[in-house]
Design a protein around this ligand. Sequence first.
Ligand SMILES: Nc1nc2c(c(=O)[nH]1)N[C@H]1C(S)=C(S)[C@@H](COP(=O)(O)O)O[C@H]1N2
Ligand SMILES: [Mo]
Length: 402
Amino acid sequence: MGFRSPLRGPWFTSVLGAVLLVGLPIVIVTGLLSYIAYGPQFGQAMPGDVGWLRLPQFDWPTDPVWLYRLTQGLHVGLGLVLVPIVLAKLWSVIPKLFTTPPVRSIAQALERLSLLALVGGILFEIVTGVLNIQYDYIFGFSFYTAHYWGAWIFIAGFVSHAILKTPLMIRTLRGRSLMQTLRDGQEHGDSDLIAADPSEPTISRRGALALVGGGAAFVAVLTVGQTTGGFLRNAAILLPRGRSYGDGPNDFQVNRTAAAARIPEDHAGWTLTLTGGTSPVTFTREALLTMPQHTARLPIACVEGWSTVQTWTGVRLRDLAAAAGTPEPGSAQVTSLEKDGPFRQAMLQSNQVLHPDSLLALRVNGVDLSPDHGYPARIIVPAMPGVHNTKWVETIEFRTVS
Ligand SMILES: Nc1nc2c(c(=O)[nH]1)N[C@H]1C(S)=C(S)[C@@H](COP(=O)(O)O)O[C@H]1N2
Ligand SMILES: [Mo]
């Protein structure tokens, strides 16, 4: 096969490789942190049983309050921004992927296997990740499970590739200055990345780098609005869900609407039930409003990368724990009015119940919660993944075990 672009060469590949060598570990680590933030100790991270790939388990912190907003914003945002660079890097090494004969030695067979994990793994992670933020769980299998196992295959490929190739990358980048290479446009030396019979360039090397960088910048513009909100939110077309809708003070991202969750519209008979003490305790919404109210500015940060900061008012979870007769719970199980759906319940860690800003929110931005944001009451806990901030809460069971 003739791959004749004069742009290909070790220098071009190395520049892209250096960017990915810095960027991809951030995407990997923040992704694994997201798994831990979901609370695998409660069996509520997916996949549940990961055998010897079990990550260190620790209670996800509640401080700083923007922690998950940062880690997951980076995971999704940086992950998207790096897509054009990954594709350019793959393009730059295409001749290598098609060398003949495909296998010459055992060492080379192993190297090619690691390339398969690297290339297959990253393409799989990009496709599953992008589809998950575009559509509502369209997979016949669990997105989380697929994305988790895919990640480990990719990590294995990435680590072996980085060990094998980083020395060559450093040598290549040291050998020629950026300016020098951009100026004369041609790659030199002896490398099977350089076309033996190059065609006429259709674009300069400078232009090629600008194209790739511009692609990444363009994706960045289409992404940052998911976190910044405001004008750029309209440009965040890569995250169509979590767009603002609602009225007045309730006008901020809604993931699942009350209608979609089939929450009844009439809450006249609603009560909150707390269990775990000697006997269950129930509260009407009026009764909750007569308890001490606390206000906190806290983010909701979704696994899909979008986030928003709002001002929530309600009863402290630790006050509710005390009212239930369990002032120092080891954990708490929150259950929603929602009848089914994967997010109808969540387990909270002890630190998430006891944090002074952890609330059963009744109001947001000075008004009652809207039905879509969880009326009559919802959970809001600092630094917790959005998904565990259960809406339309019906019961909380405080437990002694953690
Ligand atoms: N009962 C229930 N609570 C839920 C959900 C849900 O589907 N059902 N979605 C969760 C998810 S994934 C997120 S990101 C937040 C979003 O809250 P918001 O719609 O008020 O912005 O609510 C969480 N609480
Ligand atoms: Mo979410």
